[in-house]
Design a protein around this ligand. Structure first.
Ligand code: NDP
Length: 497
């Protein structure tokens, strides 16, 4: 059996996840239909009540128990991730470790971020005491991709649970085993299925959108994100969309070129380039272009995608065709491959590919490639680099290498996140929000924003004493209205022409 045989016939009730490097079966999983998904969501709603009543302290204790179990068995998890995605075990370990770090942050900071706090009532309403609290929404449906099958969905799952919600997770059809493993460890640690998994194909994900969840957190391609949003619109179910990217890395004339080349190569090729915030385009100041390219090329030639190597196979067979199309288009339009070249038919491993002289309007510059390929473009100065970096419909992450001007250049980039003199570092910092704009989606996971994303604000205004100028009554007099006018003019109108 090959990896492409994973899809069962329409009558099947189970499907298999496969090792993309060998085609071997890793596990067999149910294809859950709409009725099952609805029943799971109803069950989760029941658990959500118990979870909410536990309060912040109880949830912190439960999530800490889960975290400890995950940390203790991280190598087991990493091995399974490696089998289902083909990524090296070391990369899987790093991914899972970062997810555990996020879980730790979310569970220990949820109370501080979400609990009721007093806010100023303002001058006109000074007789009121105002406060706001962020409450759980109920049941969150999480739909995740295969490329980071732990780190990416956990950015929603951990924060949604810490905010007091139950979660129903539909993983990618390529990584169902990882999801079930996470949920089994949750049940083992917590004793109640507040976090549940449904498995299957796109139809199962679509069913989750229509199953009565209180919010959907979707991570995946922009095209599927639009379908998810359309389905959720039917029931006015809110959504978070974490979609694709076409991230740029900018190299200024004063950058540390060794560091920049190392970061660029890792950002482009780690996880075989299947990273939403991976580096897909590089813009280099003309003064250091040749020097930077020489270093990048020297390092890239040392890398090889192969079984057991630092770069694994392309997880999803159809993605190889997308990568091939992008490389072919670049070469047909005058681009040159300094490292790598056309992707052979039937390949499951794509070699690191460095493309130069690629026109800005080509597929390899404008569309998400999701492979270990990168374009390198010479620019006059950082103004041109910023303009080109901002020139796609995506806007997820970005990177700047500059000794003197990193923050100033970062300020001008249209992106949800920017790393300066490092790459993708923002994703591993639990206090920073993660997400994009434009075709990269909207809403945020991680950090305080990520906790609030899975809650709703409840505002309370409590009257402390009777207002000197009573406004919200039919007994309001003309004299009081005159007083109000004077107060507003005095407060806000002074100096007006
Ligand atoms: P897809 O959009 O193909 O799938 C994402 C998830 O949606 C899968 O679980 C999929 O199920 C499910 N799905 C498919 N059709 C529907 C539907 N009609 N309704 C509801 N759910 C559906 O993305 P990939 O799995 O290929 O992931 C790669 C993409 O994810 C890339 O574009 C990448 O950039 C993006 N990504 C974004 C991140 C971010 O944080 N911004 C992080 C990681 C990845 P099934 O697999 O069973 O078809």
């Amino acid at each position: 059996m090959t990896a492409t045989d994973a899809r069962p016939t329409s009558a099947a009730t189970t499907f298999t996840s496969l090792d993309p490097a060998t085609g071997e079966i890793v596990g067999t999983h149910p294809i859950h239909d709409a009725a099952h998904v609805r029943a799971v969501v109803e069950g989760a709603r029941h658990e959500a009540g118990w979870w909410r009543e536990l309060g912040h302290d109880g949830r912190r204790t439960a999530l800490t128990a889960w975290r400890k179990l995950l940390a203790a068995r991280l190598d087991e998890l990493a091995a399974l991730m490696s089998r289902e995605t083909g990524k090296p075990v070391g990369d899987a370990l790093m991914e899972a470790a970062l997810a555990v770090d996020h879980l730790a942050w979310a569970s220990s900071n949820a109370e501080k971020v979400l609990r009721r706090r007093s806010v100023s009532a303002g001058l006109l309403m000074a007789n009121q005491a105002a406060s706001v609290e962020y409450r759980p929404l109920g049941v969150i449906g999480v739909i995740g991709p295969w490329n980071y099958p732990v780190f990416t969905p956990m950015g929603s799952i951990a924060y949604a649970l810490a905010a007091g919600n139950a979660v129903v997770f539909k993983p990618s059809e390529y990584t169902p085993g990882v999801a079930e493993w996470l949920a089994s460890r949750f049940l083992e640690a917590v004793g109640r299925p507040v976090f549940r998994v449904v498995t299957g194909f796109g139809a199962t994900g679509a069913a989750l959108c229509e199953a009565g969840v209180d919010k959907v957190a979707f991570t995946g391609s922009t095209a599927t994100g639009k379908r998810v949003m359309a389905a959720c619109a039917q029931t006015l179910t809110p959504v978070v969309i974490e979609a694709g990217g076409k991230d740029a890395l900018l190299v200024d004339a004063d950058a540390d070129l060794d560091e920049a080349a190392d970061a660029a190569l890792w950002g482009a090729c780690a996880n075989a380039g299947q990273t939403c915030a991976g580096v897909e385009r590089i813009y280099v100041h003309e003064r250091v272009y040749d020097d930077f390219l020489a270093r990048l090329v020297a390092q890239a030639r040392e890398l090889e995608a192969r079984p057991g190597g630092q770069i694994g196979p392309i997880t999803m067979p159809s993605q190889v065709d997308v990568i091939r199309r992008h490389v072919d288009d670049a070469l047909a339009r005058g681009g040159r491959a300094i490292v790598g070249g056309p992707v052979p038919e039937g390949a499951r491993f794509v070699q690191p590919t460095v493309l130069v002289d690629v026109p800005e309007d080509s597929l390899a510059v404008q569309d998400e490639t999701f492979g270990p390929t990168v374009t390198v473009t010479k620019v006059r100065d950082m103004d041109e680099a910023v303009e080109k970096a901002n020139g796609t419909r995506y806007a997820l992450g970005s990177t700047v290498f500059s000794k003197a001007n990193g923050p100033a250049i970062a300020e001008r980039l249209r992106a949800g996140m920017t790393a300066i003199n490092g790459v993708i570092s923002f994703a591993g910092i639990p206090t920073l929000p993660f997400g994009g704009i434009g075709d990269s989606g909207f809403g945020r996971i991680h950090g305080p924003d990520g906790l609030r994303e899975f809650s709703y604000p409840h505002a309370i205004a409590r009257q402390r004493f009777k207002a000197p100028i009573a406004l919200t009554t039919f007994r309001r007099s003309a004299k009081q209205e005159e007083q109000l006018l004077k107060v507003v003019r005095g407060l806000y109108g002074r100096g007006a022409k």
